[in-house]
Design a protein around this ligand. Structure first.
Ligand SMILES: *Cc1c(COP(=O)(O)O)cnc(C)c1O
Length: 407
């Protein structure tokens, strides 16, 4: 590695050459001294979303009141189709509804219902807590077995580990596309094919991959997917999540929460539950309209930037951070806890250090926001639309200075 890449001037050159550099001005990031590397936990606020919320509150809620339901009612499906465009899903298969945890419950339950006689759910030890807990709960309710795969928590889950775990008893394999801790990217096409080979259904959690890596749900023949919208999709705290059900399965699956928004001919107020034919079948009750509109704005902005350019910049950002870490942080006792190969990771980079929690606190005191993950890890989330190469340079340099001072 040449010394020059360690200079601030190099980061400035990368920023100047960045085709997505202009997008940062589309966000409410007013404090020039703030380095925000936690967009994989809560994404920044797009200016378009601020304007949309203002007009929705004043005009659509304040003035037009319940009359606005005539266009609000289609919003979850409309915004869902935009998220579908980001995730390689043809229209009518994605809807914005509930939160990721509830959506996982609905789809995993539906999947088990569609595989009678099979009693095994497969997931991995390092899957996100809510995912593991929901699957544990479903297994307990149904007398099913939850098969927990051992994962290398830095390198992620290998397709062969899934191959060795599935059999004729497996009803469902449920995994995260990008691991929340390491950022490792799973091989969606290969693992989905292995799962189908055993006759099981495949459910992907896209929370840490949507908006950061290209996703091809239809092309990979995925059955089911869920994901949250407040990370790289920038839709705001508690914005509703999305779910995907392949058109192949829409008619067959039955979800467990029978609400009036999933009823065919909802306003007939009929005596018995009769599920809607389309993707609305997987919704429940009244959708959070403001949050759903924020998802629409977030998805629009990402589609405008393009997932190709975003992935290219994301890989460049994470590679640059790893180069700086090799020079500055690894010699001071940090270990890389993310795959080294750019194609095998998502948009964040994690390091291990015995004083990780203290480092995150001291970085925050210097207006550099990162994220601590138990027991000894800190994550830097590099959002392609808002992170500058000079931000990465500053964060890596400040981490080096903190580690040197507290050695
Ligand atoms: C962030 C995240 C969630 C969040 O679930 P909520 O129900 O929205 O709190 C779920 N799964 C994964 C993999 C996540 O990264």
């Amino acid at each position: 590695m040449s010394q020059e890449i360690l200079d601030r001037a190099h980061a400035e050159e990368l920023d100047a050459a960045d085709p997505l550099g202009g997008y940062r001005a589309r966000f409410a990031l007013d404090d020039p001294s703030l380095v925000y590397l936690n967009g994989n936990s809560l994404g920044a606020l797009p200016l378009a979303t601020m304007a949309r919320m203002d007009s929705m509150i004043r005009a659509e809620w304040g003035a037009a009141l319940a009359g606005s339901w005539d266009h609000w009612v289609d919003l979850p499906g409309r915004a869902g189709d935009l998220v579908g465009e980001l995730t390689g899903a043809a229209p009518g298969q994605v809807v914005i509804t509930d939160n990721t945890t509830v959506n996982l419950y609905k789809l995993a339950s539906a999947a088990l219902g569609a595989r009678p006689g099979r009693h095994v759910i497969v997931t991995d030890q390092d899957n996100f807590p809510s995912d593991r807990y929901v699957l544990e709960g479903i297994a307990a309710q149904r007398g099913a077995e939850l098969r927990m795969l051992a994962t290398d928590i830095n390198e992620g889950l290998a397709a062969d580990a899934v191959r060795a775990a599935v059999d004729e008893d497996t009803a469902l394999v449920s995994l995260s596309h990008v691991a929340y801790r390491s950022g490792a990217l799973a091989d969606m096409a290969a693992i989905t094919e292995i799962t189908h080979g055993a006759g099981a259904l495949m459910l992907w959690d896209l929370s840490h991959s949507v908006g950061a890596v290209p996703i091809e749900l239809d092309a990979c023949d995925v059955d089911l997917a869920v994901g949250c919208t407040y990370k790289y999709l920038n839709s705001g705290p508690g914005a509703p999540a999305f779910l995907y059900v392949s058109a192949r399965l829409r008619e067959v699956l039955r979800q467990p929460i029978w609400g009036w928004f999933s009823q065919r001919d909802q306003f007939a107020m009929g005596p018995r539950y009769d599920p809607a034919a389309g993707i609305a079948k997987f919704t429940t009750g009244t959708p959070p309209i403001l949050g759903t509109a924020a998802v629409e704005e977030g998805a629009r902005l990402l589609l405008e930037a393009g997932i190709g350019p975003m992935r290219a910049k994301s890989m460049q950002l994470t590679s640059y951070l790893i180069d700086l870490a090799d020079a500055w942080l690894i010699p001071l006792g940090c270990a890389l806890a993310t795959p080294r190969e750019a194609g095998r990771r998502g948009g964040h980079v994690t390091f291990c250090h015995p004083r990780a929690e203290q480092v995150v606190g001291q970085l925050a005191a210097a207006s550099i926001i990162t994220d601590y993950r138990t027991p000894d890890r800190f994550r830097l989330g590099l959002s392609p639309l808002t992170t500058r190469f000079t931000d990465v340079w500053r964060a890596a340099g400040a981490t080096r200075d903190i580690l040197e001072q507290t050695r």
